[in-house]
Design a protein around this ligand. Sequence first.
Ligand SMILES: Cc1cc2nc3c(=O)[nH]c(=O)nc-3n(C[C@H](O)[C@H](O)[C@H](O)COP(=O)(O)OP(=O)(O)OC[C@H]3O[C@@H](n4cnc5c(N)ncnc54)[C@H](O)[C@@H]3O)c2cc1C
Length: 308
Amino acid sequence: MLKEIKCDALVIGAGPAGLTAAIYLKRANRDVLVVRGKEKSALEIAHEIKNYPGIKNIKGSILLAEMTEHAVALGVKILDDDVLAITADMNPKMASTKTAFITTNAIVIATGKGTRKPVLHDEEKFIGYGVSYCATCDGPLYKERPIAIVGTDTETAEDVLLLHQMGSKVTWLLKDKKIAEIEAKTDLIQEILAKKIPIIERVKVMRILGTDRVTGVEYDVSGGKKENLNVDCVFVMSSVPTAMLLKRSGLAVSEMNAIIVNRNQQTNLEGIFACGDVCGNGLQVSIAVGEGAVAGMNAAKYLLEIEE
Ligand SMILES: Cc1cc2nc3c(=O)[nH]c(=O)nc-3n(C[C@H](O)[C@H](O)[C@H](O)COP(=O)(O)OP(=O)(O)OC[C@H]3O[C@@H](n4cnc5c(N)ncnc54)[C@H](O)[C@@H]3O)c2cc1C
């Protein structure tokens, strides 16, 4: 069941850019929700930051924790989830995640550069044509149909059971691992085994089969042997290909897939701003913070304008 959330401004991304935008919006007295995706902020993995003014040397994860605490202390709400789509050509605007449906008047995109690599060959080509990242959203479309799910964590195990419960003929593909080796809750694994849901272990490279739509998955098993599984949909339980999903929402991007903005961090879509590494400018914490401040201030100004 998807939650329904309403807020004045939605910030997508909880790195330095998104958190700064959220702090500015909150201090302008706006109800702000930050959605923090599965993929780590680049700052969290930066070992040492030695060029952030005022702090001679700090571990990236500590600086990020301080920024997060600052935003939360002001009253910014944070939802851990991945945004899958935004609908920008209407007011209010909408965004959907795996667990929520969000209605808002302004959006700040701060999703970073992204280092995600596709889990299956040709995965991004088939998004919406048999590749899905959300069992709750798309599972009901595949009742009594063969589907596959790829992933090795507790969230995947939950979704295996959810898809089975929805009536799909689900097969669980485990990349490189055996069921006994994965880090998912034991009681869920026991339930899946008891229900005799098919599991294929130690799968190597996976390729999507099909021309216009997914018709199957071809995968390698040890020894380089190839096998096929006929399915109508593959659910991929990893971080999501944010750049591709945002581009589909109508945002103008450069050849390098950076979101194009003006000096106010305004994108080509009204009421939608972008900041930080996602705009491809400099890729530094201080730049992300500066752009986040500009985006937050202008999003707050936009909210005032549409209320007049
Ligand atoms: C190893 C390393 C060392 C670095 N060293 C330095 C340095 O010394 N000095 C310096 O200034 N900079 C350094 N950087 C760069 C700096 O960390 C980045 O420029 C900065 O973190 C960019 O901030 P951002 O907010 O734009 O993006 P990020 O910090 O990458 O944050 C992106 C956020 O977006 C979220 N997200 C992505 N997709 C979605 C989605 N679909 N839905 C919801 N949320 C989503 C992620 O979960 C994350 O919270 C380093 C980076 C790395 C990787």
